[in-house]
Design a protein around this ligand. Structure first.
Ligand code: SF4
Length: 457
């Protein structure tokens, strides 16, 4: 998971660096390892700046140097390639022209693509798949000078999940999305008078930047905004079935974003409601019990769960807002240490039966520590409710779940997981419950089922 943003401003004299910075701040939750911005104006070379860590690392001086009315930005969460600064996006290529490119996703055939480029006499300087994508695109662009032909060539070669923004010197801004639409990508426009465009991984930056949502970039589609702000669209590859990552709604995206026209907040509420119905059918509901969310991503489901079951809702777990997202930290040690700093429980839990609602249970690090913490504060009983089915397999599309063994649910029954996290009861939804909550079945559920979109080809 990373985030991308691209802006083409109608005001030729207006630098977009501050707008890109603000959009990246909105998307910070999708990647904390590094951030990068590339910009260019008419007849200008591409300027680029990358920083390790959070978007806040950019200074006013950095942004003032990034001149130009077209630009792209990225926040990085390392899955392919290490988190060193050379691997941060945007990646710049200077032949056959200057191109800056940034992507969200992961290629599955990296070694094959590397070999293909090697056979063409093209060397790689990083171990990051964005360089491979940039060089594939450039390979075809050198021959055809046509952006759509170059994307077609890239899409034929690359297997995986990718949403991409690309700034081409003196040409314009290009955005495209893999044929399954695994990672999200939306487009917005300022107004009919101000023709500025924005592409972003989620819709929240459009709202904040004053852009009106226009559309989701379609799976397999490429959109090119030229220097005169003319919008050119082309379907490059059309699959009969899409496979949007279910984890975007479960955990990754901001609740105020819409993904594929479905509100992330609403989808989490739907899941809370469904879990409330399941708890009722299991006769677990007791009016004296309390519903407590694991903040923040468990909150929308917990509110709906409490409404459905007529139980009291309490924010008994307090989150320190200055600690970064723990799921996307690189090592288990870092995650465990930061959960302690990040979450603490109020004394209000003493003597209570708690329905503890979380968006999902991935490695179990958070679940174990929270259950232990609530019990140490005197909670009488903990019924753990996961709003996502059991995660049993790896993610091959840009989420940092590289081995099955790191997943607490892999190879275990619900009761074995319950014992391991120390809860008194544990409730999971089914895959069908999740599809019902999202109101669609064109989903990637690879990490829940072991069946991945590309395996079906
Ligand atoms: S495997 Fe899981 S996390 Fe990865 S893209 Fe598919 S649904 Fe999303």
């Amino acid at each position: 998971m990373c985030s991308i943003v691209g802006i083409a401003s109608g005001e030729k004299k207006q630098d977009v660096s501050y707008e890109l910075y603000n959009a990246l701040i909105c998307l910070q939750h999708r990647g904390q390892d590094a951030a990068g911005i590339a910009t260019a104006g008419p007849d200008e070379k591409i300027h680029v700046k990358k920083k390790k860590g959070l978007v806040f690392e950019f200074t006013k001086k950095n942004l003032n140097h990034l001149t130009g009315n077209f630009g792209i930005g990225h926040t990085r969460y390392s899955t392919a390639g290490s988190s060193k600064i050379e691997n941060a996006h945007p990646y710049i290529i200077n032949y056959p022209t200057s191109i800056a490119i940034a992507s969200n996703g992961d290629t599955r055939n990296y070694n094959e693509l590397k070999q293909f480029l090697h056979n063409q006499g093209i060397c790689l300087q990083t171990d990051c798949d964005i360089e491979v994508m940039a060089k594939l695109f450039a390979c075809q662009y050198l021959k055809s000078k046509d952006v759509f032909e170059s994307v077609t060539f890239l899409m034929k070669k690359v297997i995986g999940a990718y949403s991409v923004v690309c700034l081409i010197q003196n040409k314009g801004l290009l955005a495209f999305r893999d044929p399954y639409g695994i990672r999200p990508l939306v487009m917005g426009q300022k107004s009919s008078q101000d023709k500025s465009f924005m592409f972003a991984s989620e819709s929240a930056p459009l709202d904040i930047g004053g852009y009106k949502f226009t559309c989701n970039v379609k799976p397999g589609e490429a959109i090119f905004i030229d220097r005169d702000l003319k919008c050119n669209r082309k379907m490059i590859v059309e699959k009969t079935k899409k496979a949007h990552c279910m984890f975007e709604w479960v955990y990754l995206a901001r609740p105020d974003s819409d993904i594929e026209n479905l509100s992330v907040y609403r989808s989490r509420e739907n899941m809370g409601k469904i879990m409330g119905k399941i708890a009722k059918s299991m006769n677990y509901v007791d009016p004296e019990s309390v519903v407590v969310p694991v903040p923040d991503s468990g909150r929308s489901a917990a509110i709906a769960f409490a409404e459905e079951t007529d139980m009291k809702y309490r924010d008994y777990i307090i989150k320190n807002r200055y600690i970064a997202r723990t799921f996307i930290m690189e090592t288990g040690k870092m995650r465990a240490k930061n959960i302690k700093l990040k979450l603490n429980a109020s004394q209000g839990v003493a003597g209570k039966i708690i329905f503890l609602i979380d968006d999902s249970i991935v490695r179990g690090t958070t679940a174990k520590q929270i259950v232990k913490m609530l019990k140490s504060k005197g909670a009488k009983k903990i019924i753990f409710v996961s709003a996502c089915p059991k995660l049993i397999s790896t993610c091959k599309y840009g989420i940092n779940i590289s081995t099955k063994e790191e997943l607490i649910a892999h190879g275990k029954t619900v009761d074995e997981i319950r014992k391991e996290i120390g809860a008194d009861e544990l409730i999971y939804p089914s895959l069908d419950n999740l599809k019902e909550a999202l109101g669609m079945d064109e989903l990637c559920m690879g990490c829940l089922s072991g069946k991945y979109p590309h395996n079906a080809e």
